[in-house]
Design a protein. Structure first.
Length: 205
């Protein structure tokens, strides 16, 4: 998954205000509680390299975008589903992708049933650019990209804890709560640990 694709898509693909606002910091050390709702705002409690990253709108609200786009790889046309938690102005933030589904042509989209199945609660493997699994990227304040696709993920974990689905303005939306722990690598091979929990919404279109 390329961050530039997510940023390009985010302008036209963000959800309604109720789905893009950020909540208050979790006071219990990162475990988000309460019933999961389709229109939950973006929430996260994540660490990167030992630093706690907080939901903070002081320098631009954390921006929640959803994307679904086609890309090519060795297996043919696939759909990579992505969502991000980032500062809209700087691009700093996290970008999550999950799953791949074969589609007949580049203008097709997966069925609602297939799309929802990508977010079934369970454990998922880290794979390169989320091809048949998941990937995590972080763009830091210095515009350096750190990605799970750039190195070994032995011992890493990604788990979808729960998900709900339904229509928002005639578009299928899946809201999922997940937790993960993995190494993120920059292009020079340096790695940093990242872990936490987040709630994001993904849309099929």
């Amino acid at each position: 998954m390329k961050i530039s694709k997510l940023l390009l898509c985010s302008f036209v693909l963000c959800l309604l205000g109720s789905m893009v606002s950020c909540g208050d910091d979790d006071s219990d050390g990162g475990v988000m509680t309460g019933d999961l709702a389709l229109t939950d705002p973006c929430q996260y409690s994540i660490t990167f390299g030992g630093e706690q990253l907080e939901e903070n709108g002081a320098s631009g609200d954390p921006f929640c975008s959803v994307t679904s786009f086609n890309t090519s790889n060795a297996s043919g046309r696939i759909v990579i589903v992505g969502a991000s938690l980032a500062d809209f102005d700087s691009g700093e933030g996290f970008y999550f992708s999950i799953g791949s589904l074969s589609v007949p042509t580049s203008i097709d989209i997966p069925s609602d049933e297939d799309f929802v199945s990508l977010f079934d609660p369970g454990t998922y493997n880290f794979t390169e650019e989320a091809d048949g699994g998941v990937s995590v990227e972080y763009q830091d304040a210095d515009n350096i990209t750190w990605s799970s696709s750039n190195g070994d993920q032995s011992g890493s974990s990604f788990q979808i804890l729960e998900s709900v689905s339904g229509e928002v303005q005639s578009t299928l939306v899946v809201t999922a709560r997940a937790q993960y722990s993995c190494l993120l690598y920059n292009n020079s091979g340096e790695s940093r640990m990242s872990s936490g929990q987040f709630t994001l919404s993904f849309q099929n279109f």
